[in-house]
Design a protein around this ligand. Structure first.
Ligand code: APR
Length: 233
């Protein structure tokens, strides 16, 4: 019997909402060197460049709309008798806007800012600049509240507890390149969960899953959610 579902989402679930993925052909890391825009060292070297990059992405996120995959996961949370947790690597807010409530943003959120001196967090205005003052300590030390390469993802203790208790672990739209998220499937499996990958194509970690369905998230996710709800699991 399935009581606890943990769902890991990645850029692929938001691709059909018009937000670019990172590692597909023409993806974000082909267009922008990640060392420059997604590391603390890159930010220290050129904060204006990093703010420009995230200001543009924040605008894209604000203009994007959730797609049928996001709405299906919100339906699942509303209709499933047990617990549904979404752990997302995405920094957009499309899960929230589709109606999901139990979400952990392990790589931060585009809609938030933080101070790199006093660590205060707040809701970001549409644009941030190198001189934007921290509302708490007033220093011009504002950065996007995004977990960059080399930094510790958020909510790890809570995520590990949920993985321990998971009966079903589902990975959606992620290439399985970035740890610790890429290792969640093995952790859940060791703890006894069934594991399922829903992705456009087999990911790098596809062989770690018990089962897979390949296709666009807007098709395979609503189909899978419909089956779970109809089965009355
Ligand atoms: N439906 C389902 N899957 C899709 C779709 C789609 N329409 N389009 C693309 N995909 C799949 C790709 O096949 C790929 O396996 O989504 C995956 C996207 O992989 P990445 O671009 O690597 O994105 P992600 O796995 O989320 O990246 C993880 O890396 O750079 C960091 O912090 C960033 O959170 C990000 C992390």
């Amino acid at each position: 019997m399935v009581e606890n579902i943990v769902i890991l989402t990645g850029a692929g679930i938001s691709a059909e909402s018009g937000l670019g993925t990172f590692r597909d052909a023409g993806g974000l890391w082909e267009q922008y060197p990640l060392e420059q825009v997604a590391t603390p060292e890159g930010f220290a070297r050129n904060p204006a460049l990093v703010h420009d990059f995230y200001n543009a992405r924040r605008k894209n996120c604000a203009e994007a709309e959730p797609n049928p995959a996001h709405f299906a996961l919100a339906d699942l949370e509303r209709n499933f008798k047990g617990s549904v947790l979404i752990v997302t690597q995405n920094v957009d807010d499309l899960h929230e806007r589709a109606g999901s409530q139990n979400i952990l943003h392990m790589h931060g959120e585009m809609g938030k800012a933080k101070c790199h001196i006093c660590d205060y967090h707040w809701h970001s205005p549409p644009e941030l600049f190198a001189k934007t003052p921290c509302p708490s300590c007033t220093k011009p030390a504002t950065r996007p509240d995004i977990v960059w390469f080399g930094e510790m993802p958020y909510h790890m203790v809570k995520i590990e507890l949920y993985l321990q208790d998971a009966d079903l672990f589902v990975s959606i739209g992620t290439s399985g390149n970035v740890y610790p998220a890429a290792g969640f499937v093995q952790q859940a499996r060791l703890a006894g969960a069934q594991t399922l990958e829903l992705n456009l194509e087999p990911s790098q970690g596809a062989s770690n899953f018990h089962a897979a369905r390949n296709g666009p998230a807007s098709e395979v996710v609503p189909q899978w959610v419909g089956e779970i709800i109809r089965a009355g699991l």
